[in-house]
Design a protein around this ligand. Structure first.
Ligand code: FEO
Length: 393
């Protein structure tokens, strides 16, 4: 499908509803798009390509759009294979194709495809004249890989932003923000941000600073919706998330083998609710994929983690969550820890170490219960719940 965007620019990407795991890690319950854009100007250009796994009619659509004219430029905003997958095929089909990228792009390009010819190297601020459309390249490293850049069309005040401002989720009819209920896309957008780009939040802030003062009417990301009516909405969201601005709620995530840590989680969540917190989400890490846990934790100010002790350590799935949190390092949180043990403690000690590594202050002393959590034992959680509620209200 070709969808006109504005001027001589069309969307020529794909909806991928077959892939179940993005990067073979992150679930795709609603699919994903790989957005490529063609500019059919005096000189022809393609902005990014698509994943080979969903490229069935990609080349045919480019041919149909160009009607016998050759594709002259391929702009590579990002080399991750979900966007670079069709480069080899394009180079074969259009032997005179010039590939536009920066020094880092070309290192990865050679390592992937052995392509070293017909390169047009750009630096920050370089321009390319296509006729009506005037492109400018903005280097935005680490949003999401080191070579990442954005391409700005000064003629239409349109930004091809790469992974930035992207989202999980295939589009269902509506491609533009004014054609859909944008609220429906928010959780998938935040999940994409926290899973893929959030680790580089500081670099997202640098990219946003670079875009300050650049007039932008339309944002064309490499995944998800095209923002033509209210691009400031997605920019503001990315700004808030990359500044770690939390919402006043609590995530309680637990790992439990036989239900004891789960009882603690439910007890604590109930007490927090009694103290007036309305936005509380409780998750069993064994039933909720890491991807969604990271997204919810990114969202909220309060994070309470609980685990049974498993061979003197954390439950393996809680260990996985803690490890990933220390990689992506969300900030501006308050934390609490709870756990259970049967013969020897340990889980809570490891949770405390995780929070120390993350620099998340504890709202209260952790609670660790030996054996079944009787009502008397559970009352030891009251102070933790009260302190958590106070800290976020
Ligand atoms: Fe959508 Fe980092 O690739």
């Amino acid at each position: 499908m070709q969808i006109p965007i504005t001027g001589k620019i069309s969307w020529t990407g794909v909806n991928d509803r077959r892939k179940t795991l993005f990067e073979n890690i992150w679930p795709l319950p609603h699919g994903v798009t790989y957005n490529a854009y063609i500019i059919d100007d005096e000189k022809t250009a393609l902005i990014d390509t698509v994943d080979t796994t969903a490229a069935a009619d990609f080349l045919g659509r480019i041919d149909a759009q160009l009607q016998g004219r050759p594709l002259q430029y391929l702009v590579i905003n990002h080399m991750e294979p979900d966007h670079s997958g069709m480069i080899e095929a394009l180079v074969k089909r259009y032997p005179d194709l010039r590939i536009v990228g920066n020094k880092r792009t070309f290192k990865i390009l050679e390592s992937y495809f052995g392509v070293t010819q017909n390169l047009l190297e750009v630096t920050d601020g370089s321009r390319l004249d296509l006729g009506r459309h005037q492109l400018q390249f903005l280097l935005t490293p680490w949003v999401h890989w080191p070579e990442t850049m954005m391409t700005y069309d000064a003629t239409e005040q349109l930004l091809f932003s790469g992974d930035a401002f992207g989202s999980f989720g295939a589009f269902s009819g509506g491609l533009f923000d004014d054609e859909v209920l944008v609220e429906r896309y928010e959780s998938e957008t935040r999940r994409y941000f926290s899973n893929i780009v959030g680790q580089y939040a500081g670099m997202v802030q640098k990219a946003l600073a670079k875009l300050k003062g650049v007039p932008i009417r339309t944002i064309c990301p490499a995944h998800g919706l095209v923002w033509r009516s209210n691009p400031s909405r997605i920019v503001d969201q990315y700004d808030r998330w990359s500044r770690y601005e939390p919402q006043p709620g609590v995530v309680v995530a637990f790992a439990s083998m036989y239900g004891n840590a789960e009882q603690m989680a439910d007890y604590i969540a109930r007490r927090i609710a009694e103290h007036g917190v309305r936005d509380i989400q409780v998750f069993d890490v064994s039933a909720t994929h890491l991807s969604f846990l990271l997204s919810e934790i990114w969202k909220y100010r309060g994070v309470l983690l609980g685990s049974c002790t498993y061979n003197n350590l954390l439950h393996p799935l809680m260990e996985q969550l803690c490890a990933k949190l220390t990689h992506i390092t969300p900030k501006n949180k308050v934390a609490g820890a709870f756990g259970t043990f049967s013969w020897n403690g340990g889980a809570v000690k490891h949770l405390r170490q995780t929070f120390e590594a993350l620099n998340w202050p504890l709202v209260a002393e952790p609670v660790e219960i030996h054996g079944r959590p009787s009502p008397e034992k559970l009352s030891a959680c009251d102070a933790l719940a009260e302190a958590c509620a106070k800290a976020i209200m």
